[in-house]
Design a protein around this ligand. Structure first.
Ligand code: BES
Ligand code: MN
Ligand code: ZN
Length: 521
């Protein structure tokens, strides 16, 4: 993980592989071209104030995501200046937005893969900007190379080419941020928070990226237990025998087709001064083949991502513990592998859920709601102030909102608004979605209390309505459908890598911070 430090050293004397500066697009109406952002004054001065002109000659325009490298001016100890685009210059009094800084830092950090150290001279106008740069740096540096043993041609070719067998560059090892004050309490706290949260986000990414032959419900539960113990979080794992004894029909049903049996993990963090309590529930389908309602080719290659909700919940609980927030947080990981086999759940089977409700399974690919329902019922027994479930639940939500925005559904309008607001503050785009009552009827069946499927139209909302049926009376609940943003099938952008993204962690950590301040909606 990229180590973060603060420095007040003069740019010229810094020892690093590169110094990162920000550049923005000037205001066209003022016929302003490229503008060097605040924070890089000393660097610009060393180029005799011609840094913008030099960069323009190199083709830079200041667009978001743009990275331009050039040799450092004479007298600098860093060999390279890396200019990263910040997009349009903000209106006179506003600073650059935190998400702009987070993304720019992420692009720079990713471009520095393989390097030992980079100094960041981006615009810092307070602790929030510093936190955003720190987050972008750690998140952008992320590399998943656990399975890169050798390049094309095998290990022998790799050795012949002087490589040690690994063909991915390691993440930037160290980042020193300029513009912050090492002795300022708020700055130090911002840096520590960013490091803890982003290390946990990178943990969630690793879990999502780990192939499903290595990440089964049991191995996930084991990794969660080990990490929980390291950070003083209590952990309890229900195995298939205990799930049977407890009557967890949903989780058992979904896991029935796999040789890797299901698990339900309960993680408890409780601060002695906690006033408010939260339950976070994560969908943890370690692989979603669809089951007997098998997904067609083209739809199951990335389905190791279907435990992204559980990974986000684990990471959130660990981050909250590391930050020592004055709150009680219970994390639930509903873990199962959805496979077709002779012992698998069939379309037509009726499950008796943990709550006692009977569910006719009409499509075994609508499995997430089944494991979540049991966890929601069980979590409700503890009577938390609020429950939030996080799940890669429906393809319909991706069709509705695209691949970078998650949908929020809730049984409480204020709570849904709070979540929307804090997710946007955190740089996780989201949008409030309705739970239209008329869609409930579509899940009626003559055979059982309800079916696990309803109308095709509004499929994401149908799934939300299904979950709502399992929330205990008078408990505030929200559902985050992260099917789109949990896994980036496209190229890396900003601080978001290809593959697992750790979607949801920053929003849930903020919610826990609200609860610690006694400000739960
Ligand atoms: N895990 C999928 C949803 C999903 C799709 C996540 C694409 C990420 C990317 C979920 O279990 C599923 O299969 N949902 C079905 C529900 C349908 C059968 C009612 C869907 O969305 O098609
Ligand atoms: Mn499915
Ligand atoms: Zn699924």
């Amino acid at each position: 993980m990229t180590a973060l430090t603060l420095s007040t050293a003069a740019a010229a004397g810094l020892r690093a592989d590169a110094i990162v500066v920000g550049v923005a697009k000037g205001t066209p109406s003022k016929s302003q071209g490229l503008v060097v952002a605040p924070g890089a004054e000393a660097v610009d001065k060393a180029y005799d104030g011609r840094l913008a002109a030099v960069l323009e000659t190199l083709g830079a325009v200041g667009a978001e995501g743009e990275v331009t490298k050039l040799p450092s001016p004479a007298g600098f100890k860093t060999p390279v200046v890396l200019a990263v685009g910040l997009g349009a210059l903000p209106e006179s009094n506003e600073g650059f937005g935190t998400e702009t800084l987070r993304r720019a830092a992420g692009c720079a950090s990713r471009a520095m893969a393989g390097a030992k150290k980079a100094a960041f001279a981006l615009p810092v106008d307070g602790a929030d900007a510093l936190a955003a740069i720190a987050e972008g740096t750690v998140l952008g540096a992320y590399v998943f190379d656990a399975y890169k043993v050798s390049g094309p041609g095998g290990a022998a070719t790799a050795r012949k080419n002087g490589k040690n067998g690994k063909n991915a560059k390691p993440p930037l090892a160290e980042a020193t941020l300029l513009g912050g004050k090492p002795r300022d309490k708020a700055h130090k706290a911002a840096l520590e928070r960013a490091a803890a949260v982003c290390e946990e986000i990178n943990r969630a990414r690793d879990l999502v990226n780990t192939p499903p032959n290595d990440l089964t419900p049991a191995t996930f539960a084991h990794l969660a237990s080990t990490a929980a113990k390291e950070h003083g979080v209590k952990v309890q794992v229900l195995d298939e025998k205990e799930l049977t004894k407890g009557g967890y029909g949903g989780i058992l049903g979904v896991g029935a087709g796999s040789t890797a049996p299901p698990r339900l993990v309960r993680l408890v963090y409780k601060h002695p001064k906690a006033k408010q309590s939260l339950a976070f529930i994560g969908k943890g389908i370690t692989y979603d083949s669809g089951g007997i309602s098998l997904k067609p080719p083209g739809h199951n290659e990335t389905m190791k991502c279907d435990m992204g909700g559980a990974a986000a919940v684990l990471s959130t609980v660990l981050a909250v513990a590391r930050l020592g927030l004055a709150v009680e947080v219970t994390g639930w990981l509903a873990l199962a592998e959805n496979m077709p086999s002779g012992s698998a759940l069939r379309p037509g089977d009726v499950l008796r859920m943990y709550s006692g409700t009977t569910v006719e399974v009409l499509n075994t690919d609508a499995e997430g709601r089944l494991v979540l329902a049991d966890a929601i019922s069980r979590a409700s027994e503890d009577k938390p102030d609020a429950i939030v479930d996080v799940a890669t639940l429906t393809g319909a939500m991706i069709l509705a909102l695209g691949s970078r925005t998650f949908g929020i559904m809730a049984n409480d309008d204020a709570f849904r608004s709070t979540l929307h607001e804090i997710s946007e503050e955190a740089g996780e785009p989201s949008w409030p979605m309705p739970l239209p009552e008329y869609l409930l009827k579509g899940m009626d069946t003559p055979t059982a209390d309800m079916a696990n499927m309803g109308e095709r139209m509004g499929g994401g909302l149908v799934a939300g309505l299904f979950l709502r049926e399992f929330v205990g009376e008078d408990i505030t609940w929200a559902h985050l459908d992260i099917a789109g943003p949990a896994y980036n099938e496209g190229s890396a952008f900003g601080y978001t890598p290809k593959g697992g993204t750790g979607s949801g962690v920053r929003t849930l950590v903020r919610l826990a911070e609200r609860a610690a301040a006694g400000e739960l909606a």
